[in-house]
Design a protein around this ligand. Structure first.
Ligand code: C2O
Ligand code: CU
Length: 441
């Protein structure tokens, strides 16, 4: 049966209580017994902005900025973020997309906390244990909140100079679709220019926050490596050329290269009209894109390394997620609903696990469109894609692009107790059904 009000896949502001567990989710917090190393305040507020002249846009902002402020912390730091909701009547939260924080800090309205209403605040605390490229966004009416601007980037830098990413010129490239502007980097369309001294190691942190679309990127002017996927460094990534990056909604990839003497251009899409031009003096003309590129495929990229789970592990639980869509009446309108195992949220299955379990999930897309499946609180190790075993670097994902007809086998260790969302990050799909819970019993 269908829910009969506008459905937020977090379940509104009602806290979920599942009778199958007696675990107190409220206990699963970050450290509260010592001073934080870093403190931030994110104030959610409405603001009318003209990203494109003559087209006012009713934005929802953090700290008046679009996107919200870039948060940079070091690995191991205890981070405290205070969310203040000034005037978003629909409520707000902050979810740390890709960061495996304790459950009570995960920021999901209706699951791990109640939505923060105007005049209220909420304090998040977590130790930044993973390094890498992440983002944050409100997880209350997520589809509308992200579309209107309640999101920003989050980078965890390695704590010592030996770590990956140290000493690099590091640039966030966040792609989003804004009302009145269309596809943009940050909040701007067009070509953005950066000065980089030749010989400098460069890291481009690609983050795709737009709802709906897989975005492609082409880097010209230098060979490059895909150094990280969804915040996790790859093992011995090899150099690539004429390879196009396709990034799913909610996903991240870090590209690294040594800055050459001549300009380098990261093209967003293939028009050559949106991108970042890096050069010695910030000048230079945009080079032509390669005539022919192949899509980056992580399945055999890089070198294998030991992992806690492998395809031949003795799994404690095996689940199947069949992604599809069906036409049905919803809120009096006939339209497409997006289903997991034939059901829409909240009737989708709940996967139950115990702490320490090795879990395998087979994800099958029987529908006609992409589904970027996002699991909170855990990283999925890709074991196989369309029957082809993963033979390269361990490939961990938190937002996996499952395209029509594709079948993925993924594994994860159930090492982060709580109640977690697992949903399509095409938030339009999540809002009409494609969402479920993972629950520790
Ligand atoms: Cu980035 Cu459940 O979300
Ligand atoms: Cu989807």
């Amino acid at each position: 049966s269908m829910a009969d009000g506008p459905m937020d896949f977090g379940g509104g502001t009602e806290l979920v209580h599942d009778p199958r567990t007696d675990m107190s989710l409220a206990m699963l917090t970050g450290p509260r017994d010592r001073e934080p190393d870093r403190k931030f305040t994110l104030t959610a507020e409405k603001k009318t902005v003209e990203l494109s002249p003559g087209k006012p846009f009713e934005a929802w902002t953090f700290n008046g900025q679009l996107p919200g402020p870039e948060l940079r912390v070091k690995q191991g730091e205890l981070v405290e973020v205070t969310l203040v909701n000034r005037d978003i009547e629909e409520g707000a939260t902050v979810h740390w997309h890709g960061l495996d924080v304790p459950n009570a800090e995960d920021g999901v309205a209706g699951a791990t906390q109640e939505a923060v209403m105007p005049g209220q605040k909420h304090v998040y605390r977590f130790v930044a244990e993973q390094t890498g490229t992440f983002w944050y966004h409100s997880h209350q009416h997520s589809q509308e909140a992200v579309k209107k601007g309640l999101f920003g980037s989050l980078v965890v830098e390695p704590e010592n100079a030996e770590g990956s990413g140290a000493g690099e010129d590091d640039l966030i490239v966040m792609t989003h679709v804004w009302d009145g502007v269309g596809l943009a980097i940050g909040d701007r369309s067009g070509i953005q220019r950066k000065k980089v001294v030749p010989g400098t190691p460069v890291r481009l942190r690609l983050i795709n926050t737009q709802d709906w679309l897989r975005q492609d990127y082409t880097l010209t002017g230098t060979p490059f490596r895909v150094a990280a996927i969804d915040g996790t460094e790859l093992n011995e990534p090899r150099e690539l050329e004429d390879v196009r990056i396709e990034l799913t909604t909610g996903g991240r990839m870090d590209l690294t290269f040594l800055m050459p003497d001549a300009p380098v251009f990261l093209s967003v899409g293939r028009s050559g009209k949106l991108g970042v031009l890096l050069s010695r003096d910030g000048a230079g003309s945009v080079p032509d894109l390669p005539a022919k590129t192949t899509a980056f495929n992580p399945i055999d990229y890089g070198e294998p390394a030991d992992t806690a789970i492998t395809a031949s592990s003795d799994f404690d639980r095996e689940f199947e997620m069949v992604l599809d869509n069906k036409l049905a009446f919803y809120n009096g309108e006939f339209g497409s609903l997006y289903t997991i195992n034939g059901e829409v949220f909240p009737n989708t299955p709940m996967f139950m696990v115990q702490e320490g379990d090795l879990v395998k999930t087979t994800i099958i897309n029987r529908g006609a469109v992409d589904h970027p499946m996002h699991l909170h609180g855990h990283h999925m190790l890709v074991l196989s894609r369309n029957g082809e075993p993963s033979t390269g670097s361990p490939w961990y994902s938190d937002t996996l692009d499952v395209q029509p007809g594709e079948v993925y086998e993924v594994g994860f260790v159930a090492d982060n107790p709580g109640l977690w969302m697992d949903h399509c990050h095409n938030l339009t799909h999540a809002a009409v059904g494609m969402s479920m819970h993972l629950m520790y019993e």
